[in-house]
Design a protein around this ligand. Sequence first.
Ligand SMILES: Cc1cc2nc3c(=O)[nH]c(=O)nc-3n(C[C@H](O)[C@H](O)[C@H](O)COP(=O)(O)OP(=O)(O)OC[C@H]3O[C@@H](n4cnc5c(N)ncnc54)[C@H](O)[C@@H]3O)c2cc1C
Length: 460
Amino acid sequence: MDKKFRDDMKKMLKHRFQDSPEKRILNSYDAMNRMVLPDAVAEPLTEEEIVSIIMLCKKFNIPIVPRGAGCGFSGGALAVTGGLILNTSGMNDIIIDRDNLVAEVGPGAVTIDIHRAAEAVNLFYPPDPASMEVSTIGGNIAENAGGPRAVKYGVTKDYVLALRVALMDGSITTFGKPLRKDVAGYNLTPLFVGSEGTFGIITRAWLKLLPKPEATLSSMLSFDTALSASRAISSIVASGLNPSRLEIMDSFCIQSLKEVGHPIDGGPGAILMVEVDGPTAALPDQLDRIQEVASRHNLLTFHRAENEEENESIWELRRSLSPIINNFGDTKMNEDVVVPRSRIPDLFSFVELLRRETGLTIVCFGHAGDGNIHVNVMFNAGTPGIDEKVETALHRLFEKVVEMGGSISGEHGIGIAKQRFMRHQFSEAQLTLMSNIKELFDPMNLLNPGKILPEPENKE
Ligand SMILES: Cc1cc2nc3c(=O)[nH]c(=O)nc-3n(C[C@H](O)[C@H](O)[C@H](O)COP(=O)(O)OP(=O)(O)OC[C@H]3O[C@@H](n4cnc5c(N)ncnc54)[C@H](O)[C@@H]3O)c2cc1C
């Protein structure tokens, strides 16, 4: 990194530009479990500073990697070609417009703080990634994050009304307006949602809010096998019942929970966690109907939360699953495939086939209600032949998911984790189109380079 670049950055940002080993290490990883040291870290607090950083980086040909809390699962916030981490966590203000049901937020606003600010005035921001206690809205928008409530309320893209973005030509542009209806011109706002920090740096967002539901009520349903539970999910969806959360955990998750001392009765093969929301008086009846549909699929037990505390503890249990399953191996390939909801039983059957044929431990849990299942391949790194075995299993999984009409990623994004699987889902023509759009926004390929798009295929 050029000395003049460092001097200019220090002059502009003072202590908010750092290249100390400690600062670089702190910004060298996300939840993907890969470490890549950036050359330096900048922590701007204003749009003007972001524009100045872009112009300086262009002058010195330095890659820029936007970063929020660094809890992404696909390596999106890693500086894989070196360069500068541009961390927007400090731009975290939240303004609630009660009259228009809109939240105006800085990119560093933490997701749970947006929830709390909305709920303080009886409003509701539904997207609820399990990482919401730490993730920033900039990261949520860049990854189009979703959570358990997606089954009823949709994902981040369904709540982004407008975005202000710093572009690589040094301009600041606002896409969209904080209106419920607006069809003027091409709608470019969604292009930035899920673009994983490769098209521009989000500097502000306007989010749709809803009236807060009066109450929620949750229940846990246990089944003999994951296949029975997955059939129950498809039936619940097909019956037109509309749970606000509908999650699954398989027998491996149940085993992990028991090992950390969680009191789960009996030995079920899978558990569904179901929440309904709306007027208080209507909720018990909704759960009764869900129980009735589930009972057609070898339902073993049905337990309804007795009070608010128990309600919340069911969802805390769900959020705890990702780290708890590490008892099955020191390494986890955490995939987040999606299939049409009617195909969830087929996905569980296929995973069982993969387990049998490969001998791998594959743990499944997640957002079953919207077809998005976390398929976790667990193993111990260094086991002879394991890397090849896991890689082959993943290719088979993605191939099957796409064949079922699904997608290789429902919420974690591609980053560097899934680039090599992109050709299972996209044709060369589609990849070229994506690459052309990237070039339009970032002709020097300096903004988060080396992400999403796979290496071009070798041409003879
Ligand atoms: C335990 C755990 C549970 C999780 N559960 C869920 C879940 O339920 N649902 C889900 O969707 N995800 C989940 N995730 C993944 C992760 O939390 C989300 O991807 C989240 O959106 C990342 O936010 P972040 O602020 O940490 O972003 P980072 O990891 O810092 O960055 C993620 C991407 O966003 C880009 N980015 C960040 N800020 C900006 C900005 N201002 N402008 C442009 N680009 C930017 C980065 O370049 C990167 O590509 C989970 C992660 C963990 C560790």
